[in-house]
Design a protein. Structure first.
Ligand code: DGL
Length: 265
């Protein structure tokens, strides 16, 4: 059985790569819905429908655990998938999101955490980060800002033009005396050093958080760990392939990646 990593597109490869570096022994299946990215501008019902299709595909492809690396998918569909889909179809499998572990990291060691969150419009509108932070720490204050231009710029090889746009978004956090700034979108891992330098804030970047949290989960759940194949298999599936996607995937994964096209239904 495999570990599935799902993202709306290719940004999740940055997180998948960090997971594979930390836990190289397992078999992995990455699925990116490149045909329908971005999810961050869509409605909750559409995102839930797309995530449902992805989960069906990944479970049929022998994934024991699926990580919704996509924050937008985690915010809009994780709980519903865990409560409504899994118990009826795959009660012994698991879907894990990225928001709970990211918030754990963001509030850790703080009494009254003041947290900034940069994310897609739909993640911000869902208030998933705000709710989770207050659930973990009643005194948490969360300031969220949607950054809709960042994903398209990153996907289109536009990081070299991004500084003024990023500064505009980061201005919302200035003077708020935040303890930490969460990068609440897969793609933003690529900007973490730029954000650190330009905001001057301690940044929580998911490629630095999720692998450790998954390693910890597998230690706490040996019944899941036992099910996982340990042949170092890696497969990268997408719903659309172009030379641009291939180039971007290689830059994110840091190694040659063969993208294989599949249909979700
Ligand atoms: N992967 C999405 C996320 O983490 C960003 C891209 C999108 O909008 O689909 O929120």
């Amino acid at each position: 059985m495999r570990i599935g990593v799902f993202d709306s597109g290719l940004g999740g490869l940055a997180i998948a790569r960090a997971i594979m570096d930390r836990l190289p022994q397992y078999d992995y299946l990455y699925l990116g819905d490149t045909k329908r990215v971005p999810y961050g501008v869509r409605s909750q019902s559409t995102i839930h429908e797309f995530v449902g299709q992805a989960l069906r595909f990944l479970f049929r492809s022998e994934c024991q655990i699926v990580i919704l690396a996509c924050n937008t998918a985690s915010a809009e569909s994780l709980r519903k998938s865990q409560q409504e889909y899994l118990p009826h179809h795959y009660p012994k499998r698991r879907v894990l999101g990225v928001i709970i572990p990211t918030v754990e990291e963001a509030v850790s060691g703080l009494q009254s955490p003041r947290i900034g969150v940069l994310a897609t419009a739909s993640t911000v509108e869902s208030d998933a980060y705000g709710r989770e932070a207050r659930r973990q720490c009643g005194a948490a204050a969360v300031v969220q800002r949607a950054a809709p231009l960042l994903v398209p710029m990153i996907e289109n090889d536009g990081i070299r033009y991004i500084e003024p746009v990023l500064d505009e978004y980061l201005a919302a956090f200035q003077g708020l005396e935040l303890d930490r700034l969460v990068l609440g979108c897969t793609h933003y891992c690529l900007l973490k050093e730029m954000v650190r330098a330009r905001s001057g804030l301690p940044v929580v970047s998911q490629d630095e958080v999720i692998p450790e949290k998954l390693a910890d989960y597998l230690v706490r759940h040996p019944e899941m760990e036992d099910m996982l194949g340990k042949n170092r298999e890696r497969r990268y599936l997408v719903t659309d392939v172009t030379p641009t996607f291939e180039g971007f995937a290689e830059r994110l994964a840091g190694a040659p990646v063969r993208l294989q096209k599949v249909e979700l239904e």
